[in-house]
Design a protein around this ligand. Structure first.
Ligand SMILES: [Zn+2]
Length: 428
């Protein structure tokens, strides 16, 4: 496929105008001011459009679309124990598949080409990835749960090993399997230590929630005399590549620790605001040399997977809390939402537009009332764009979504199934 007359966000953060970009198989094979000599199956005219690297959502629980808006106005602790955990106990493999397909459709529509996920029945989430074509680092939750936890049952290590064996690097790395620890406050320390060992044995990344609320952080200090970051570090978790979601309450020592251990942070501003958890100071975290990335979190605390909202919210929050409009630019936040996410996922072949990189990308059409006139295209994307401006999303060189149409997902069938599931989940 050849894109012509198109503007491209290149890897140095500059926009190159009126370019040609070709995709051969799953790779960006050509970029230049002049037309390539080869012929292509399809030519796409990108006049008034911007081609960008696909967004990377580094924190999600994709089947939680089925719990969308559940327990609104509750704090994290009440939301989890009275709304989320009891509903999750009713989920089946089939429900998880449809919830994941629904969430993936929403993500593709918003320019996301790869995501991190921690949930249950993760085999079914992998099936959704293979059918839809999106990339993902999929972690199966449940191993490290404290047995005393109500409505939660832990899974044995053999399930994790089998999952890793079946799905890791599936379809040329479209799927990577990660390991998961829900959080310090739901975990048995012995199992946390064991999970760190399993991650080491399988060469896996770890995904977890870290210092999301003040009470979580205070509770951990009370229980163990250390912060959640120190807790995980002491059990060997950070000896594996780790992405820690939230990180709203990090001490100065935690920052030094996360930097030293190369932990990536997944900033989830909308989820943190909705649950009244607080605001993570990502400028401070970045200035400590830590890789900051962006996440939506699940649809029960966001409540959508529209990544454009997360970009805009995060940049506005930092300007607001620091009373400084210059601290974080559109280029900075787009890098956080793309390249930094790829680094966290351990995917060095994506996250930017360059020859030889994987064709994971999306296209914004500026010929729209909310995006005219254009003075700075990137500012337009971050501050003014809407999902309807995204006219094409491609992952691994394959068009997944174009002009309102899903190419790999039968969205009518998914929506019909989700309506039936809703009746089963929420009738008594
Ligand atoms: Zn989460």
């Amino acid at each position: 496929m050849l894109f012509k007359n198109i503007n491209i966000l290149s890897c140095n953060g500059e926009i190159q105008k009126d370019m040609y970009l070709a995709v051969t198989n799953s790779i960006i094979s050509y970029m230049g001011k002049t037309a390539p000599t080869e012929t292509y199956d399809r030519v796409f005219d990108g006049t008034d459009m911007l081609l960008m690297p696909g967004f990377i959502n580094t924190h999600c629980h994709v089947p939680m679309t089925l719990l969308r808006s559940l327990g609104g106005n509750l704090s994290l602790s009440d939301w989890l124990t009275t709304a989320v955990f009891p509903t999750e106990a009713k989920l089946t493999e089939e429900f998880v598949y449809y919830g994941a397909m629904l969430g993936i459709a929403e993500m593709i529509k918003c320019g996301i080409t790869s995501f991190n996920d921690m949930y249950y029945f993760s085999q079914k989430i992998c099936t959704s990835l293979l059918e839809s074509g999106i990339n993902g680092n999929i972690a199966m939750d449940g191993f490290a749960f404290d047995d005393r936890l109500k409505n939660k049952y832990s899974i044995p290590a053999s399930v994790l090993y089998d999952f890793h064996k079946e799905f890791n690097n599936k379809n040329n790395g479209q799927i990577k399997t990660d390991m998961c620890i829900h959080a310090e406050y739901t975990s048995d320390p012995k199992k946390v230590e064991k999970l760190a060992e399993i991650a080491k044995n399988t060469g896996s990344n770890i995904q977890l929630h870290l210092s999301e609320t003040q009470s979580e952080t205070d509770g951990c200090i009370k229980r163990y005399g250390k912060t959640p970051a120190q807790f995980f570090c002491d059990y060997g978790v950070f000896d594996n590549p780790t992405t820690a979601a939230h990180c709203v309450y990090l001490s100065d020592d935690d920052l030094i620790l996360l930097k030293e251990k190369n932990v990536s942070v997944s900033h989830c501003p909308i989820s943190n605001l909705k649950l009244g958890s607080g605001i993570a100071d990502i400028v401070r975290i970045q200035q400590s040399g830590i890789n900051v990335t962006l996440g939506t979190d699940g649809s029960a605390s966001n409540d959508n997977l529209n990544f454009l909202e997360d970009l805009k919210t995060s940049i506005l929050l930092q300007k607001g809390i620091h009373k400084d409009a210059s601290l974080l630019t559109s280029r900075d936040i787009v890098r956080i939402a793309t390249k930094n996410g790829a680094i966290a996922q351990g995917r060095n072949n994506t996250g930017e537009i360059a020859v030889g990189k994987k064709a994971d990308l999306f296209i914004v059409n500026f010929n729209s009332p909310n995006l005219q006139p254009v003075t700075d295209m990137l500012n337009g994307v971050v501050y003014a764009s809407l999902p309807e401006n995204i006219v094409l999303t491609m992952a691994n060189g394959k068009v997944l979504y174009e002009k309102g149409e899903f190419k790999t997902i039968d969205i009518e069938s998914i929506l019909a199934n989700v309506k039936e599931i809703k009746k089963l989940l929420y009738s008594n």
